[in-house]
Design a protein around this ligand. Sequence first.
Ligand SMILES: *Cc1c(COP(=O)(O)O)cnc(C)c1O
Length: 394
Amino acid sequence: MAMDRMPGATHLECTASGTHYESETLQRLSDIGKPLYARYDLEAIRDRFQPGVLAGRRADLWRYREVLPVRDPAAIVTLGEGWTPLVDTPRLADRIGVRRVLVKDEGQNPTGSFKARGLAMAVSRAKELGASAIAIPSAGNAGGAAAAYGAAAGMEVHVVVPTDTPAPILAEIRALGAHLQLLDGLISDCGRVVKQGAEEHGWFDVSTLKEPYRVEGKKTMGYELFEQLGGRLPDAIVYPTGGGTGLVGMWKAFGEMEALGWIGSERPRMYSVQAAGCAPMVRAFEAGEDHATPWEGAYTYASGLRVPGAVGDFLILRALRESGGSAVAVTDSTMEEWVMHLGADSGIFAAPEGGAVAAATVELLARGEIRDSDEVVLFNTGSGLKYVGNVPLD
Ligand SMILES: *Cc1c(COP(=O)(O)O)cnc(C)c1O
């Protein structure tokens, strides 16, 4: 059955100043260099967009089309992203010592990571608005997802990644036909190369939170949690944070769900997990800062967490504080240990980032921040298969 044209966003809004921008041309950051969020006329769709209408819809993130920015169904570039399983893991819950643990297994997305959600949305919208070439700096998985969705859309894709990106991800990017550049540096250095290429060649730069739509793809994880839990949210969400799009995306989704009348003002406590070798958000959270200072000498084998600075830092810190959550860092060797526990207890071969959230939950329980009576959702953001050959660095 063909889908009708979708309502799309009414406008974009600067997340820092609240200034409005129009949403029907390609946009990146606001005039003051902050991320833009898509806003919808939730009041107008409130009557017809209720959880009951979702039953029987396609089993991917496009089931939430009323709150997505793409208008023309023909512009949708899809590989089956989203609607990943929320797996109940009683033996892992016992091992950690909490009432209930559910793992949202994002490793089952196309390209083996939740980056598929964001890039499906950004590429679809860029296509709809007329872009023909995109470029992305990446710690790995975002490059794979950009290559995949760019290929599906028939676009030219330029990916710049650090030389020590996991080999399976480099193989993936090459197989998907993207132009791949390796750089001896971090994702932040790759970002500068992409910026220059975008200026010289007119590529559309889809860096994390520097265009408005990757976060719209990632926010669907929040809608899915609500639906998959039968119409409610968990006590706590533990999430591995790099650029923070997933975390702030879910936070945005909860705000929309409240405006739509799906939930009240209650929120899950949100916990950010970072690597001990790269923990700018943890440091800023603990210091009570609103912004994070970039981390010097970042290292971790969890490449998705090797992000020394984030343009959305203030959005991450605000969500953690408003939710009553916090931020915690774990070492690579602890992550690795919990990749093994998680695997043996659940059957999910997790990325190091997935191991990190399991390890962090143990720490949060010891600190009394997570209680043994809690129902906790752990995000495994990627498949362990994409990290084969990577070894812990501490
Ligand atoms: C990118 C990535 C992260 C970090 O995600 P953000 O939403 O940017 O914070 C975590 N895990 C994996 C596997 C990733 O690829």
